[in-house]
Structure formats: C-alpha cells, structure tokens
Design a protein around this ligand. Structure first.
Ligand SMILES: Cc1cc2nc3c(=O)[nH]c(=O)nc-3n(C[C@H](O)[C@H](O)[C@H](O)COP(=O)(O)OP(=O)(O)OC[C@H]3O[C@@H](n4cnc5c(N)ncnc54)[C@H](O)[C@@H]3O)c2cc1C
Length: 634
C-alpha cells in the first residue's frame, strides 16, 4: 500500500484565476495551515471518481488534491440490495479506502479526519485535528440514515429474532435474507419513508426479491389472503416510484403478484411485532412477522448547518454546472448536493465529468459552461433474474439508453438488465467508475479530462508543429537490415530483393528445419543459397502446445446428488447447466438430461438471447444513433 502525505505543508499564495483571487481570502493568512489546490470532503463514490478524474487531467502535482474522510473502508452500497436478496456477501463489496486512492502517484493525499466545520469566507475547513485550507472545495460527503427518527428501530435492529432488518447499512444488510428464508407463514411488511433517500427504488427491490423467493417456495398465491406469506409495501410517498411511467409499470406487476400497497404511510414507531405508521391525520398499526425498514435519510448535520447549505441542508449548487450558487470556488456532487434528481451512483457517473470540466475551466479563468441534465438510473429488481431499468433526467423525464439504441421498452423487466445490476455494475464500479474512467451510458472515457476549451496559453503549448517542420516529409525509421554489417542482399529475377542475415551459430534446441544453420556467404548467388544438402533429420520435435485430450470422465453421481441438482435448477432456473456441471464435476449435457429446463423458461431464455444478439455491435449502433441525432439538430 502506498504511503500518503497527510498534508501539503506549503500554502499556495495565489490562485490561477486572477478574478477569483480577488474575491477570495488568501490562505497565506495562516502560514502553517496545510492547504490544497482542490480539497474534496468525502472519499465515497463521488469523492473518489472526482479525485481520480482530476488526477488524470495531469494538471496537479503531488499532494495538490486532498480528500478528507474519516472512514478506513469503502463499500459498494448498491450491492447491499443484492446482499439482502442472498445474491452477494457484504464482505466482497468492501475495500480499504487508502488502497483505492493509492494509484494516484501521491497527487491525492488522504486525510483521515472528520469535517467539523466549514468557513467558506476564508477558504478553510475545520476538522477535529485542525484546519485545512483550499483553493477549490468539492463537497461529496453523502447523506446519512436517521435511524433515531423511527422510535424503537435502532433497538429492534440489534435484537436477534426481532424480525426487523434493513439493507441501508453494512451492519444490517445481511440480516434480511436469513429472515426471508426462514419465514414460511405470516405477514411481511416493507417500508419506505417520506422524503429523499438514497436510491428510492431500493426498498421495493428488497420486497420484490423476497416475494419472488416465497413464490418459488409455493408460499405466495395471486393474493395476500390465500398466501401463507402476505406481503405489504407501506410507503410514505404518494406513488410507487417518482417517474409516472415506471410507477405505472410497477403497479401492474404489484397487482399481478397480489402485493398490498399502502401509500402515504410513514413508519414512525416499532413496538415489539407492531409497526406504527403516520397516515393522514391519524396512525395505522400493522402486525408483522418480518419488517424491512428503509430509514429516513438526510444531510449530515455539519454540512446542513453550514453557510453552504440550502434550507433543506443540501449543498446549494447550480443544478447544471454543479458550482455553488454563492461561492464560485465551491462545488458539490453526489448525495450531499442539492441537485434535484434521484440520489444514485448512476447520477454521479454523469455529474463527476461535468464538475471536473467546469472546475478546470474556472482554474483557467473561464466560466463554468458544461451542464448536467439530471441523468440518473435505478435498476429495479422485480424478481431473481429480472430487472426493470429506470433511467431518467430532470423533470422526471425518461432518458433511456437501450430504448434509444435498440428501440426496446425498458419498463419490461429483462434478464439482460438483471446481469447489468448483479454482475456488470459491481465489477465496473471498482475497476473503472471510481478510477474516473466509467461514465455510465457514455461508456468508458480513457482520455484525460480537460477544461472545455483551451486557454490562449494552453493553446500555445499544445501547438503541433512549426511551419518548417510541416514542409518536411514525414520521418521514417531506418530499415535495420539495410544497416546490418552481416546482411547480404541478392537481386532476384522477379525484381525483388532477398536479404540474408547471418543465422545463429547453433540451431535452436527443437529445430525442425530440414537444413541446419548456415552462415551467410558473401557473393553466393540466390540459387546457390538454396542448393543445400538436406539435414540428417535427427532433430527432436517440439513438445505439443496443448496437453493431449483425455476422454471426459463419465459422471458418477448418486441419486442424492441428482436430486440436489434438480432442486437447485427448480429453485433458480437462471443457474446455468455449465455452472451446475462445474459444481458437481460432470458434463453440462448430463445436467441438461437429468434436470431439463421447463419449456417456458427455455423459450424465455431464447428470447433474451436473441435480444443479446441484437445488441451486438453496440458501439456501431451507438455511433449511428448519435449521428442521426446530430443531423436532426442541424
Ligand atoms: C441500499 C442501497 C441501494 C442502492 N442502490 C443503488 C443502485 O442500484 N444504483 C445506484 O446508482 N445507486 C444506488 N444507491 C445509492 C448510492 O450508493 C449512493 O447514491 C452513492 O453511494 C452516493 O455517493 P456519495 O459519494 O455522494 O456518498 P457516499 O458514497 O455515501 O460517500 C460519502 C463519504 O463521506 C464520508 N463522510 C461522512 N461524513 C464525513 C465528514 N464529516 N467529513 C468527511 N467525510 C465524511 C463518508 O465516510 C463517505 O466515505 C444505493 C444505496 C443504498 C444504501
């Protein structure tokens, strides 16, 4: 692990943009205070992506970017829903924070402190260990769960066997699946609070996975009354989802699967096995055997109370440029910002490049001109193997990548989207997103981020060549054979030239050439060159490249194992024959014979596969659609 400089001791006396320098107090007023050109508060999803993108711009020297974060670890929070559904282990989603920032060659300094106050008038941040100065400040400290806003919730989560769980924290996200699995009869209640939360679809995703699990174990019928396990979704919000298009599609699924819906029911108290909701003027009490709670959430107190916050406590930035409305050297992204869109990692994939481009422009003395359109996304797990992919922007207007590229309806839950959520997003998050190279629907961006247009000085330094150099023919590398002292050239009758170099003095250990090594003979004709007596042919053949195939072992599975294969296949038809074959050390064909997929599932798989085939040549299609859109704009 690389060691980090904890602070940059040298305060910078001047700012790059003269206009900005006039409006800001100089950090030199406090001589021994550490200071950074860019100081990022919070090393979460947004903080890391922005730190890496700034580093990749190549505009910062060692220690010039500081990240303040008290946490020693980082979690892929969207994966907690998968943990709640028994699809992932929470430990595999966690990484040491210092390791994630270790690849910046010292450009980023990780400061393991807690922000305790903000002084934007003097460009200073307070921590429990002292003050840190900055030229530009990026607030990316996320929001937190207000567990104490639901009476009895914190206590119930600690009690084993309380039936209460929540996917909204590392400590509690793995409580849900065992409870789902153990419940064979009774009432299951899933809640969503009134107000803003991280990924507003997550409480429902937990519910759909649980319902699907019980359905596959024959514990669910078409309605709650006839089902051994009844399912209720109680939300403090006025609809199932904020975007009407997806809300309507989810409501159709809800009716089909007989889930009870209670809107504008806000959980306020847990008392033993009773959940109490504020509804209208009064209270409604529901008995439960399983209660999954999405807690109320909001900005962290230190930021909410600061001069940078709006009335609701979020850092008040321009919704297009992400620049603070009053302090032009302050920026915000992610959950902590006032951006009026759903709080997701997907939103940050689009916010981070805009913030970085605008920040670099302002450093160059220009205006922040690039704008964010509010893009966000929510992969709504509706069952094991299916996801409805909601993508939208400001104004709750759908902005769907796959509809645009392939003309498919994203309100239809699909297996391909399920694999995006379950497999692709968790992997691209750590490999590319936080490294600053993944930009969501825009794909990978491997070029260094830059300000929108070059400043005049930058343009000079980027000039390609002088006029004199342009008039010269392009430089070609010399032919190494032409200059080799051992090369002999022969003009062939065809007009071509044969160049012979001295061969190695000894044959290779596994030479299979018909004739041995032969020194170049200056003056020999081309005909003489090939007129060579055949080699005695005693060379040893090289070993085979691949080990010879051994006939596949016949499966020797007993009746018990075959029953287990059938059970696993029935429980999860998405489990491939190949995966099962690997697990039971037999062939995939054997699995297909002993546990064939039902016709309906097979047909569905074929349909999904054809969708995948259609999606071949993604980049070509994307380019063509973008071309059409540009033409339409002309
Ligand atoms: C259960 C669940 C499911 C989700 N599902 C999805 C999904 O499917 N798709 C999706 O795109 N998004 C999803 N999200 C949302 C996504 O995880 C968040 O929007 C994203 O992590 C926000 O990133 P952030 O950088 O703003 O905040 P965070 O990642 O929370 O980072 C904030 C950082 O600030 C630090 N910090 C806190 N206090 C201080 C302080 N005083 N001083 C300094 N640093 C501080 C913290 O330690 C933390 O590292 C989900 C979230 C949850 C919880």
């Amino acid at each position: 692990m690389a060691s980090f400089r904890l602070a940059l001791a040298r305060p910078r006396a001047s700012l790059a943009a003269p206009s900005l320098a006039r409006t800001l107090a100089t950090p030199a007023a406090v001589p021994h205070r550490p200071s950074h050109r860019v100081l990022i508060l919070g090393g979460g999803a947004a903080g890391q992506a922005i730190a890496h993108q700034l580093t990749r711009s190549g505009r910062f020297a060692a220690g010039e970017i500081g990240v303040i974060d008290p946490s020693s670890t980082h979690d892929y929070q969207p994966g907690w829903t998968l943990v709640g559904g028994g699809l992932k282990q929470k430990e595999e989603l966690r990484r040491p924070l210092a390791d994630l920032l270790a690849d910046t060659a010292g450009v980023v300094s990780l400061l393991p402190h807690t922000v305790t106050g903000l002084k934007p008038e003097s460009n200073v941040v307070q921590t429990e260990s002292g003050e840190v100065g900055y030229e530009h400040l990026v607030v990316a400290a996320g929001i937190d769960c207000k567990w104490d806003k639901v009476e009895g919730l914190a206590e119930a989560l600690k009690v084993q066997g309380s039936g209460v769980s929540s996917i909204y924290s590392y400590d509690t996200c793995d409580k849900l699946f065992p409870q789902i699995d153990q419940l064979k009869k009774g009432k299951a209640v899933f809640t969503q609070p009134a107000g803003i939360i991280k990924c507003a679809g997550a409480p429902q995703k937990a519910m759909w996975l649980a319902e699907d699990h019980w359905r596959s174990h024959s514990l669910r019928r078409t309605n709650n009354a006839d089902s051994p396990v009844s399912v209720t979704f109680a939300s403090g919000m006025p609809s199932l989802f904020s975007v009407p298009k997806y809300s309507a599609a989810l409501d159709v699924i809800r009716e089909e699967r007989g889930v009870e819906k209670l809107l504008q029911h806000n959980l306020i108290r847990i008392d033993g096995r009773k959940a109490v909701f504020a509804a209208g003027e009064g209270e409604v009490t529901l008995d439960f055997d399983l209660l999954h709670v999405a807690p109320p959430q909001g900005p962290r107190e230190v930021f909410a109370k600061s001069a940078l916050a709006d009335a609701a406590g979020y850092i008040e930035v321009n919704s297009g440029t992400l620049q603070h409305v009053k302090h032009k050297n302050v920026w915000a992204a992610g959950d902590a910002s006032s951006l009026p869109t759903s709080k997701t990692v997907a939103a940050i994939t689009a916010q981070a490049p805009v913030l970085v481009e605008n920040l670099l422009s302002v450093i160059d003395g220009k205006e922040a001109a690039t704008t964010y359109d509010g893009y966000t996304s929510c992969p709504l797990l509706t069952s094991y193997g299916k996801v409805m992919l909601a993508e939208f922007k400001y104004g709750l207007e759908p902005k769907e990548t796959f509809t645009r590229l392939f003309g498919i309806d994203q309100t239809v839950p699909r297996r391909a989207f399920y694999h995006l959520k379950k497999d692709f997003f968790p992997s691209v998050y750590y490999s590319s997103f936080i490294k600053g190279t993944w930009q969501g629907p825009k794909g990978w961006s491997l070029s260094a981020p830059s300000a929108r247009s070059f400043s005049s000085s930058a343009r000079r330094s980027f000039s390609t060549s002088s006029a004199a150099a342009r008039d010269q023919p392009a430089r070609r590398p010399r032919d190494p054979l032409a200059t080799s002292p051992h090369a002999v050239r022969h003009a062939l009758p065809s007009g071509e030239t044969l160049i012979v170099r001295a061969p190695p003095t000894a044959g290779t250990p596994h030479s299979i050439a018909d004739f041995g090594a032969r020194p170049a003979q200056p003056g020999a004709s081309a005909g003489e060159l090939f007129n060579v007596a055949p080699h005695a042919g005693t060379g040893v053949l090289p070993p085979p490249i691949r080990a010879p195939k051994v006939a596949a072992k016949e499966p020797e599975l007993n009746e018990q194992e075959i029953t287990e294969i059938r059970r696993l296949r029935a429980a999860d038809p998405t489990l491939s024959a190949r995966a099962l074959a690997k697990r039971f050390s037999c062939s995939a064909t054997f699995i297909q014979i002993v546990a064939p997929l039902p016709k309906t599932v097979r047909r569905e798989l074929e349909a999904e596969r054809s969708l995948f085939d259609d999606s071949m040549g993604f980049n070509k299609r994307k380019a063509s659609v973008e071309r059409q859109e540009r033409r339409a704009l002309w």
